[in-house]
Design a protein around this ligand. Structure first.
Ligand code: 68F
Length: 476
Protein backbone atom coordinates (compact mmCIF):
# COMPACT_ATOMS: atom_id res chain seq x y z
CA UNK A 1 0.00 0.00 0.00
CA UNK A 2 2.87 2.37 0.83
CA UNK A 3 4.76 1.95 -2.43
CA UNK A 4 2.16 3.50 -4.67
CA UNK A 5 2.31 7.02 -3.36
CA UNK A 6 6.06 7.00 -3.01
CA UNK A 7 7.00 9.41 -5.78
CA UNK A 8 4.44 12.06 -4.96
CA UNK A 9 4.96 11.85 -1.23
CA UNK A 10 8.69 11.67 -1.32
CA UNK A 11 8.65 14.80 -3.43
CA UNK A 12 6.38 16.50 -0.90
CA UNK A 13 8.66 15.52 1.95
CA UNK A 14 11.75 16.77 0.15
CA UNK A 15 10.24 20.08 -0.82
CA UNK A 16 8.89 21.10 2.58
CA UNK A 17 8.02 24.73 2.30
CA UNK A 18 6.26 24.43 -1.02
CA UNK A 19 2.50 24.04 -1.20
CA UNK A 20 1.34 20.46 -0.71
CA UNK A 21 -0.87 20.55 -3.77
CA UNK A 22 1.99 21.37 -6.11
CA UNK A 23 2.56 18.24 -8.16
CA UNK A 24 6.20 17.28 -8.67
CA UNK A 25 7.42 16.48 -12.15
CA UNK A 26 6.70 12.78 -12.30
CA UNK A 27 5.68 9.96 -14.56
CA UNK A 28 2.33 10.57 -16.25
CA UNK A 29 -0.59 9.04 -14.40
CA UNK A 30 -1.72 5.53 -15.23
CA UNK A 31 -5.16 5.89 -16.83
CA UNK A 32 -7.78 4.43 -14.50
CA UNK A 33 -11.51 3.90 -14.74
CA UNK A 34 -12.01 3.08 -11.09
CA UNK A 35 -9.30 5.14 -9.41
CA UNK A 36 -9.55 8.14 -7.13
CA UNK A 37 -12.21 10.70 -8.03
CA UNK A 38 -10.58 13.53 -6.10
CA UNK A 39 -7.02 14.49 -5.20
CA UNK A 40 -7.53 16.51 -2.06
CA UNK A 41 -9.57 16.50 1.15
CA UNK A 42 -13.32 17.02 0.83
CA UNK A 43 -14.24 20.37 2.37
CA UNK A 44 -18.05 20.18 2.34
CA UNK A 45 -20.10 20.43 5.56
CA UNK A 46 -20.66 16.67 5.89
CA UNK A 47 -16.95 15.93 5.61
CA UNK A 48 -16.06 18.71 8.04
CA UNK A 49 -18.53 17.26 10.52
CA UNK A 50 -17.01 13.79 10.08
CA UNK A 51 -13.56 15.25 10.72
CA UNK A 52 -14.51 17.59 13.57
CA UNK A 53 -16.20 14.76 15.50
CA UNK A 54 -12.76 13.19 16.00
CA UNK A 55 -13.82 10.67 18.66
CA UNK A 56 -16.12 7.78 17.86
CA UNK A 57 -17.28 4.51 19.41
CA UNK A 58 -17.41 1.23 17.50
CA UNK A 59 -20.03 -1.36 18.34
CA UNK A 60 -19.48 -4.97 17.26
CA UNK A 61 -22.63 -6.90 18.01
CA UNK A 62 -23.74 -10.10 16.37
CA UNK A 63 -24.35 -13.81 16.96
CA UNK A 64 -20.69 -14.22 18.02
CA UNK A 65 -21.61 -12.49 21.29
CA UNK A 66 -23.53 -15.64 22.29
CA UNK A 67 -20.63 -18.16 22.33
CA UNK A 68 -18.21 -15.37 23.34
CA UNK A 69 -15.13 -17.15 21.98
CA UNK A 70 -16.03 -20.67 23.16
CA UNK A 71 -17.18 -23.54 20.92
CA UNK A 72 -17.76 -27.15 21.97
CA UNK A 73 -16.09 -26.57 25.31
CA UNK A 74 -12.97 -25.01 23.82
CA UNK A 75 -12.06 -21.36 24.33
CA UNK A 76 -10.35 -19.84 21.27
CA UNK A 77 -7.92 -16.99 21.85
CA UNK A 78 -8.53 -15.39 18.45
CA UNK A 79 -11.00 -12.59 17.80
CA UNK A 80 -14.42 -13.69 19.06
CA UNK A 81 -16.24 -12.40 15.96
CA UNK A 82 -14.11 -14.84 13.91
CA UNK A 83 -14.98 -17.88 16.08
CA UNK A 84 -16.98 -19.49 13.29
CA UNK A 85 -13.75 -19.55 11.27
CA UNK A 86 -11.40 -20.61 14.13
CA UNK A 87 -13.67 -23.53 15.16
CA UNK A 88 -14.58 -24.35 11.53
CA UNK A 89 -18.30 -24.22 12.27
CA UNK A 90 -20.45 -24.73 9.15
CA UNK A 91 -22.69 -21.75 8.38
CA UNK A 92 -25.96 -23.63 8.89
CA UNK A 93 -24.85 -24.64 12.38
CA UNK A 94 -23.52 -21.20 13.23
CA UNK A 95 -26.72 -19.48 12.15
CA UNK A 96 -28.68 -21.73 14.55
CA UNK A 97 -27.44 -19.24 17.15
CA UNK A 98 -30.22 -16.98 15.89
CA UNK A 99 -32.65 -19.07 17.99
CA UNK A 100 -30.83 -17.79 21.08
CA UNK A 101 -30.76 -14.12 20.06
CA UNK A 102 -32.86 -12.51 22.76
CA UNK A 103 -31.05 -9.57 24.39
CA UNK A 104 -33.47 -8.98 27.25
CA UNK A 105 -31.31 -6.25 28.81
CA UNK A 106 -30.86 -4.29 25.58
CA UNK A 107 -31.71 -0.62 26.06
CA UNK A 108 -30.76 1.54 23.08
CA UNK A 109 -31.22 4.77 25.04
CA UNK A 110 -28.85 3.56 27.76
CA UNK A 111 -26.27 2.72 25.08
CA UNK A 112 -26.65 6.18 23.58
CA UNK A 113 -26.21 7.87 26.96
CA UNK A 114 -23.12 5.79 27.67
CA UNK A 115 -21.47 6.78 24.37
CA UNK A 116 -22.52 10.40 24.72
CA UNK A 117 -21.09 10.57 28.26
CA UNK A 118 -17.87 9.05 27.02
CA UNK A 119 -17.43 12.01 24.72
CA UNK A 120 -17.97 10.10 21.48
CA UNK A 121 -19.47 12.28 18.78
CA UNK A 122 -20.39 9.35 16.56
CA UNK A 123 -20.97 5.63 16.72
CA UNK A 124 -20.09 3.02 14.11
CA UNK A 125 -22.44 0.03 14.30
CA UNK A 126 -21.91 -3.39 12.72
CA UNK A 127 -25.03 -3.71 10.58
CA UNK A 128 -23.68 -7.07 9.36
CA UNK A 129 -20.36 -8.70 10.19
CA UNK A 130 -18.67 -11.53 8.28
CA UNK A 131 -21.11 -14.12 9.71
CA UNK A 132 -23.93 -12.53 7.69
CA UNK A 133 -26.40 -11.94 10.55
CA UNK A 134 -28.20 -8.61 10.01
CA UNK A 135 -29.08 -6.29 12.89
CA UNK A 136 -31.89 -4.93 10.71
CA UNK A 137 -34.83 -6.85 9.22
CA UNK A 138 -33.37 -7.10 5.73
CA UNK A 139 -35.80 -8.45 3.18
CA UNK A 140 -32.89 -9.87 1.20
CA UNK A 141 -31.62 -12.31 3.82
CA UNK A 142 -33.23 -14.95 6.05
CA UNK A 143 -30.54 -14.28 8.66
CA UNK A 144 -31.78 -11.18 10.44
CA UNK A 145 -33.06 -9.97 13.80
CA UNK A 146 -36.59 -10.37 12.42
CA UNK A 147 -36.23 -14.15 12.62
CA UNK A 148 -35.01 -14.33 16.22
CA UNK A 149 -36.92 -14.49 19.52
CA UNK A 150 -36.16 -10.78 19.94
CA UNK A 151 -37.78 -9.99 16.61
CA UNK A 152 -37.35 -6.22 16.66
CA UNK A 153 -35.21 -3.92 14.49
CA UNK A 154 -32.12 -3.44 16.66
CA UNK A 155 -30.43 -1.15 14.15
CA UNK A 156 -33.50 1.09 13.93
CA UNK A 157 -33.65 1.38 17.72
CA UNK A 158 -29.95 2.28 17.84
CA UNK A 159 -30.09 4.83 15.05
CA UNK A 160 -32.97 6.60 16.75
CA UNK A 161 -31.43 6.51 20.23
CA UNK A 162 -28.02 7.76 19.06
CA UNK A 163 -29.53 10.50 16.89
CA UNK A 164 -31.73 11.57 19.82
CA UNK A 165 -28.54 12.10 21.83
CA UNK A 166 -27.07 14.15 18.99
CA UNK A 167 -24.61 11.46 17.90
CA UNK A 168 -23.92 10.70 14.26
CA UNK A 169 -24.44 7.10 13.21
CA UNK A 170 -22.02 5.34 10.86
CA UNK A 171 -22.68 1.89 9.41
CA UNK A 172 -20.05 -0.84 9.45
CA UNK A 173 -20.83 -3.29 6.63
CA UNK A 174 -18.91 -6.45 5.83
CA UNK A 175 -19.04 -7.22 2.13
CA UNK A 176 -17.65 -10.70 2.78
CA UNK A 177 -20.69 -12.70 3.94
CA UNK A 178 -20.15 -16.26 5.17
CA UNK A 179 -23.91 -16.92 5.20
CA UNK A 180 -24.43 -16.34 1.49
CA UNK A 181 -24.02 -19.26 -0.96
CA UNK A 182 -22.84 -16.90 -3.72
CA UNK A 183 -19.93 -15.39 -1.78
CA UNK A 184 -16.58 -16.28 -3.34
CA UNK A 185 -13.04 -15.65 -2.12
CA UNK A 186 -11.80 -15.73 -5.69
CA UNK A 187 -13.24 -15.99 -9.17
CA UNK A 188 -11.75 -19.02 -10.92
CA UNK A 189 -14.54 -20.41 -13.08
CA UNK A 190 -17.37 -18.96 -15.18
CA UNK A 191 -19.71 -20.33 -12.48
CA UNK A 192 -17.87 -18.31 -9.80
CA UNK A 193 -18.28 -15.26 -11.95
CA UNK A 194 -22.04 -15.74 -12.29
CA UNK A 195 -22.48 -16.48 -8.60
CA UNK A 196 -20.45 -13.45 -7.60
CA UNK A 197 -22.48 -11.19 -9.88
CA UNK A 198 -25.55 -12.37 -8.00
CA UNK A 199 -23.74 -11.75 -4.73
CA UNK A 200 -22.89 -8.18 -5.70
CA UNK A 201 -26.52 -7.55 -6.73
CA UNK A 202 -27.61 -8.87 -3.32
CA UNK A 203 -25.09 -6.56 -1.66
CA UNK A 204 -26.38 -3.58 -3.64
CA UNK A 205 -29.89 -4.43 -2.49
CA UNK A 206 -28.81 -4.50 1.13
CA UNK A 207 -26.90 -1.23 0.82
CA UNK A 208 -29.85 0.49 -0.85
CA UNK A 209 -32.09 -0.92 1.84
CA UNK A 210 -29.86 0.46 4.61
CA UNK A 211 -29.57 3.88 2.96
CA UNK A 212 -33.31 4.22 2.46
CA UNK A 213 -34.51 2.71 5.77
CA UNK A 214 -32.05 4.80 7.82
CA UNK A 215 -31.53 8.02 5.88
CA UNK A 216 -29.79 9.81 8.78
CA UNK A 217 -26.77 7.50 8.42
CA UNK A 218 -23.66 9.63 7.82
CA UNK A 219 -21.07 7.08 6.79
CA UNK A 220 -20.52 3.60 5.42
CA UNK A 221 -17.43 1.80 6.68
CA UNK A 222 -16.76 -1.24 4.55
CA UNK A 223 -14.85 -4.28 5.73
CA UNK A 224 -14.26 -7.76 4.31
CA UNK A 225 -13.15 -6.36 0.96
CA UNK A 226 -9.62 -7.76 0.82
CA UNK A 227 -10.23 -10.92 -1.16
CA UNK A 228 -9.32 -11.56 -4.82
CA UNK A 229 -13.02 -11.70 -5.77
CA UNK A 230 -13.44 -8.04 -4.85
CA UNK A 231 -10.07 -6.98 -6.28
CA UNK A 232 -11.13 -8.50 -9.60
CA UNK A 233 -14.39 -6.55 -9.44
CA UNK A 234 -13.03 -3.09 -8.79
CA UNK A 235 -15.84 -1.63 -10.91
CA UNK A 236 -18.24 -2.67 -8.17
CA UNK A 237 -16.33 -0.82 -5.42
CA UNK A 238 -16.49 2.39 -7.47
CA UNK A 239 -20.14 1.73 -8.24
CA UNK A 240 -21.07 1.11 -4.57
CA UNK A 241 -19.46 4.42 -3.57
CA UNK A 242 -21.29 6.31 -6.32
CA UNK A 243 -24.59 4.60 -5.57
CA UNK A 244 -24.49 5.50 -1.87
CA UNK A 245 -23.50 9.08 -2.64
CA UNK A 246 -26.44 9.44 -5.02
CA UNK A 247 -28.83 8.04 -2.43
CA UNK A 248 -27.39 10.02 0.46
CA UNK A 249 -25.80 13.34 -0.51
CA UNK A 250 -22.86 14.08 1.77
CA UNK A 251 -22.38 10.49 2.95
CA UNK A 252 -18.78 9.50 3.60
CA UNK A 253 -17.20 6.20 2.55
CA UNK A 254 -13.96 4.62 3.78
CA UNK A 255 -11.00 3.72 1.60
CA UNK A 256 -11.21 0.03 2.54
CA UNK A 257 -14.15 -0.39 0.18
CA UNK A 258 -12.11 0.55 -2.83
CA UNK A 259 -9.94 -1.17 -5.36
CA UNK A 260 -8.76 0.29 -8.67
CA UNK A 261 -8.53 -1.27 -12.14
CA UNK A 262 -5.38 -3.14 -11.10
CA UNK A 263 -6.80 -4.38 -7.79
CA UNK A 264 -4.79 -1.79 -5.90
CA UNK A 265 -6.62 -1.00 -2.61
CA UNK A 266 -7.11 2.17 -0.52
CA UNK A 267 -4.71 4.22 -2.68
CA UNK A 268 -4.96 3.83 -6.43
CA UNK A 269 -2.13 2.99 -8.82
CA UNK A 270 -1.28 6.71 -9.03
CA UNK A 271 -1.01 7.04 -5.26
CA UNK A 272 -4.31 8.87 -4.75
CA UNK A 273 -6.64 8.01 -1.90
CA UNK A 274 -9.89 6.36 -2.96
CA UNK A 275 -13.02 6.95 -0.91
CA UNK A 276 -13.18 9.91 1.47
CA UNK A 277 -10.79 8.87 4.20
CA UNK A 278 -8.10 6.30 4.80
CA UNK A 279 -9.25 3.39 6.96
CA UNK A 280 -6.10 1.28 7.08
CA UNK A 281 -5.15 2.13 10.66
CA UNK A 282 -6.77 -0.75 12.50
CA UNK A 283 -5.16 -1.45 15.91
CA UNK A 284 -2.17 0.66 14.86
CA UNK A 285 -1.31 4.30 14.28
CA UNK A 286 1.01 6.25 12.01
CA UNK A 287 4.35 7.13 13.55
CA UNK A 288 4.13 10.72 14.82
CA UNK A 289 7.54 11.63 13.43
CA UNK A 290 8.01 9.53 10.29
CA UNK A 291 4.47 9.32 8.94
CA UNK A 292 3.41 12.98 8.83
CA UNK A 293 2.29 12.51 5.22
CA UNK A 294 -1.06 11.30 6.65
CA UNK A 295 -1.84 14.89 7.62
CA UNK A 296 -2.51 15.53 3.92
CA UNK A 297 -5.66 13.42 3.78
CA UNK A 298 -8.50 12.43 6.09
CA UNK A 299 -8.11 9.20 8.00
CA UNK A 300 -9.72 7.29 10.80
CA UNK A 301 -8.18 4.67 13.06
CA UNK A 302 -9.99 2.12 15.19
CA UNK A 303 -8.81 0.17 18.20
CA UNK A 304 -9.81 -2.65 20.51
CA UNK A 305 -9.44 -2.61 24.30
CA UNK A 306 -7.84 -6.07 24.47
CA UNK A 307 -5.19 -6.80 21.83
CA UNK A 308 -7.65 -8.06 19.24
CA UNK A 309 -11.22 -8.65 20.34
CA UNK A 310 -13.98 -6.72 18.57
CA UNK A 311 -16.98 -8.88 19.41
CA UNK A 312 -17.70 -10.02 22.97
CA UNK A 313 -15.19 -12.57 24.26
CA UNK A 314 -15.88 -14.14 27.65
CA UNK A 315 -12.24 -14.24 28.74
CA UNK A 316 -10.39 -10.96 28.68
CA UNK A 317 -7.56 -12.38 30.76
CA UNK A 318 -6.15 -13.98 27.59
CA UNK A 319 -4.50 -10.75 26.43
CA UNK A 320 -3.37 -7.45 27.77
CA UNK A 321 -6.22 -4.93 28.17
CA UNK A 322 -5.45 -1.24 27.68
CA UNK A 323 -5.83 1.24 30.52
CA UNK A 324 -7.86 4.45 30.10
CA UNK A 325 -4.64 6.50 29.84
CA UNK A 326 -3.35 4.21 27.09
CA UNK A 327 -6.62 4.63 25.22
CA UNK A 328 -6.47 8.42 25.66
CA UNK A 329 -2.91 8.41 24.37
CA UNK A 330 -4.08 6.73 21.17
CA UNK A 331 -7.03 9.10 20.78
CA UNK A 332 -4.85 12.20 21.13
CA UNK A 333 -2.13 10.63 18.97
CA UNK A 334 -4.67 10.25 16.13
CA UNK A 335 -6.03 13.79 16.47
CA UNK A 336 -2.50 15.23 16.65
CA UNK A 337 -1.93 13.83 13.15
CA UNK A 338 -5.24 14.96 11.72
CA UNK A 339 -7.08 11.68 12.20
CA UNK A 340 -10.15 10.32 14.01
CA UNK A 341 -10.13 7.52 16.58
CA UNK A 342 -12.88 4.98 17.13
CA UNK A 343 -12.83 2.98 20.37
CA UNK A 344 -14.47 -0.43 20.13
CA UNK A 345 -17.10 -2.00 22.37
CA UNK A 346 -18.39 -5.58 22.08
CA UNK A 347 -21.67 -5.81 23.97
CA UNK A 348 -22.76 -9.03 25.66
CA UNK A 349 -25.46 -11.24 24.15
CA UNK A 350 -27.91 -10.06 26.85
CA UNK A 351 -27.65 -6.48 25.58
CA UNK A 352 -25.59 -5.11 28.45
CA UNK A 353 -21.93 -4.07 28.38
CA UNK A 354 -19.29 -5.89 30.40
CA UNK A 355 -18.17 -3.92 33.50
CA UNK A 356 -14.70 -3.23 32.04
CA UNK A 357 -16.26 -1.46 29.05
CA UNK A 358 -18.62 0.58 31.20
CA UNK A 359 -15.70 1.65 33.37
CA UNK A 360 -13.64 2.55 30.32
CA UNK A 361 -16.43 4.68 28.86
CA UNK A 362 -16.83 6.46 32.19
CA UNK A 363 -13.11 7.08 32.60
CA UNK A 364 -12.82 8.47 29.06
CA UNK A 365 -15.91 10.57 29.72
CA UNK A 366 -14.43 12.16 32.85
CA UNK A 367 -11.38 13.16 30.83
CA UNK A 368 -13.17 14.39 27.70
CA UNK A 369 -15.54 16.46 29.86
CA UNK A 370 -12.51 18.33 31.25
CA UNK A 371 -10.14 18.36 28.32
CA UNK A 372 -12.18 17.53 25.20
CA UNK A 373 -11.52 20.98 23.78
CA UNK A 374 -8.13 19.62 22.65
CA UNK A 375 -9.91 16.99 20.51
CA UNK A 376 -13.10 18.17 18.84
CA UNK A 377 -12.55 20.20 15.70
CA UNK A 378 -8.79 19.91 16.22
CA UNK A 379 -6.10 19.05 13.71
CA UNK A 380 -2.39 18.66 13.17
CA UNK A 381 -0.56 21.60 14.75
CA UNK A 382 2.52 21.63 12.52
CA UNK A 383 5.00 21.58 15.41
CA UNK A 384 7.74 18.98 15.92
CA UNK A 385 6.76 16.15 18.27
CA UNK A 386 8.07 16.25 21.84
CA UNK A 387 8.49 13.45 24.37
CA UNK A 388 5.94 14.86 26.83
CA UNK A 389 2.98 14.14 24.52
CA UNK A 390 1.15 15.62 21.55
CA UNK A 391 0.10 18.95 20.09
CA UNK A 392 -3.32 19.58 18.60
CA UNK A 393 -4.64 22.79 17.11
CA UNK A 394 -7.96 24.44 16.42
CA UNK A 395 -7.73 27.79 14.64
CA UNK A 396 -5.29 29.90 16.63
CA UNK A 397 -5.48 27.68 19.70
CA UNK A 398 -2.56 25.31 20.05
CA UNK A 399 -2.92 22.63 22.73
CA UNK A 400 -0.15 20.71 24.43
CA UNK A 401 -1.53 17.40 25.69
CA UNK A 402 0.88 16.21 28.34
CA UNK A 403 1.13 12.46 28.98
CA UNK A 404 4.69 12.18 30.31
CA UNK A 405 6.02 14.36 33.14
CA UNK A 406 9.58 15.40 32.46
CA UNK A 407 11.95 15.00 35.45
CA UNK A 408 13.16 18.55 34.86
CA UNK A 409 9.70 20.01 35.41
CA UNK A 410 9.99 21.78 32.04
CA UNK A 411 8.20 20.95 28.83
CA UNK A 412 10.26 21.62 25.72
CA UNK A 413 8.56 23.42 22.85
CA UNK A 414 10.25 23.87 19.49
CA UNK A 415 8.63 26.32 17.13
CA UNK A 416 9.00 26.84 13.42
CA UNK A 417 10.90 29.72 11.87
CA UNK A 418 9.14 33.03 12.47
CA UNK A 419 7.06 31.61 15.30
CA UNK A 420 7.43 32.52 18.99
CA UNK A 421 5.86 30.89 22.04
CA UNK A 422 4.68 33.86 24.07
CA UNK A 423 2.33 32.43 26.72
CA UNK A 424 0.99 29.19 28.15
CA UNK A 425 -1.87 28.44 30.52
CA UNK A 426 -3.95 25.60 31.86
CA UNK A 427 -7.49 25.41 30.46
CA UNK A 428 -8.82 27.15 33.62
CA UNK A 429 -6.60 30.11 32.77
CA UNK A 430 -3.81 29.47 35.31
CA UNK A 431 -0.71 30.88 33.61
CA UNK A 432 2.46 28.81 33.24
CA UNK A 433 5.94 30.26 32.80
CA UNK A 434 7.41 30.27 29.32
CA UNK A 435 11.18 30.68 29.04
CA UNK A 436 13.03 31.09 25.76
CA UNK A 437 16.08 28.80 25.87
CA UNK A 438 17.49 29.33 22.39
CA UNK A 439 16.08 30.49 19.10
CA UNK A 440 12.83 28.67 18.31
CA UNK A 441 13.12 26.69 21.53
CA UNK A 442 11.22 27.26 24.75
CA UNK A 443 10.58 25.70 28.14
CA UNK A 444 7.06 25.69 29.51
CA UNK A 445 6.81 25.11 33.25
CA UNK A 446 4.80 22.16 34.57
CA UNK A 447 1.91 23.31 36.78
CA UNK A 448 2.89 23.50 40.46
CA UNK A 449 0.09 21.12 41.45
CA UNK A 450 0.42 17.79 39.65
CA UNK A 451 -2.86 17.22 37.76
CA UNK A 452 -2.33 13.47 38.34
CA UNK A 453 -3.64 12.67 34.85
CA UNK A 454 -2.87 13.61 31.28
CA UNK A 455 -3.67 17.31 31.02
CA UNK A 456 -3.85 20.15 28.53
CA UNK A 457 -1.97 23.44 28.17
CA UNK A 458 -3.12 26.18 25.86
CA UNK A 459 -0.08 27.62 24.11
CA UNK A 460 0.00 31.05 22.53
CA UNK A 461 2.15 31.28 19.44
CA UNK A 462 2.98 34.62 17.92
CA UNK A 463 3.92 34.54 14.31
CA UNK A 464 6.19 37.00 12.62
CA UNK A 465 7.32 37.45 9.07
CA UNK A 466 6.63 35.33 6.07
CA UNK A 467 8.38 32.16 7.21
CA UNK A 468 5.04 31.45 8.82
CA UNK A 469 3.71 30.42 5.43
CA UNK A 470 5.31 27.04 5.79
CA UNK A 471 3.42 26.42 9.02
CA UNK A 472 0.14 27.62 7.56
CA UNK A 473 0.45 25.51 4.44
CA UNK A 474 1.16 22.43 6.48
CA UNK A 475 -2.29 22.84 7.94
CA UNK A 476 -4.37 23.15 4.80
O1 68F B 1 -13.21 -8.62 12.76
C1 68F B 1 -12.48 -7.44 12.54
C2 68F B 1 -13.20 -6.22 12.98
O2 68F B 1 -14.49 -6.17 12.45
C3 68F B 1 -12.33 -5.18 12.37
C4 68F B 1 -12.90 -3.78 12.35
N1 68F B 1 -12.07 -5.71 11.05
C5 68F B 1 -12.26 -7.15 11.07
C6 68F B 1 -11.21 -7.94 10.39
C7 68F B 1 -9.83 -7.79 10.91
C8 68F B 1 -8.66 -8.41 10.20
C9 68F B 1 -8.90 -9.23 9.04
C10 68F B 1 -7.70 -9.75 8.37
N2 68F B 1 -6.92 -8.75 7.67
C11 68F B 1 -7.21 -8.88 6.25
C12 68F B 1 -6.15 -8.30 5.39
C13 68F B 1 -7.42 -10.35 6.08
O3 68F B 1 -6.22 -11.03 6.03
C14 68F B 1 -8.18 -10.69 7.32
O4 68F B 1 -7.99 -12.01 7.73
Amino acid sequence: MRKAFSSLLLACALTAGTAWGQAPAAKPDVPLKYGATRFEKRQDDAMRKFRDNRLGAFIHWGLYAIPGGEWDGKVYRGAAEWLKSWAKVPSAEWLELMKQWNPTRFDARAWAKMMKNMGARYVKITTKHHEGFCLWPSKYSPYTVAHTPYGKDILGELVKAFNDEGLDVHFYFSVMDWSHPDWRYDIKTPEDSVAFRRFLAFTDNQLRELATRYPTVKDFWFDGTWDASIKKNAWWTAHAETMLKELLPGVTVNSRLRADDYGKRHFDSNGHLMGDYESGYERKLPDPVRDLRVTQWDWEACMTLPENQWGYHKDWSLSYVKTPVEVLDRIVHAVSMGGNMVVNFGPQADGDFRPEEKEMAEALGRWTARYGTCLYGCDYAGLPKQDWGYYTRRGDDVFMVVFNRPYSGWLTVKTNKGQRATAAALLDGTPLRVVETTSNEYNVAMPSADPGEPFVIRLTLTTTGKANNQYREALT
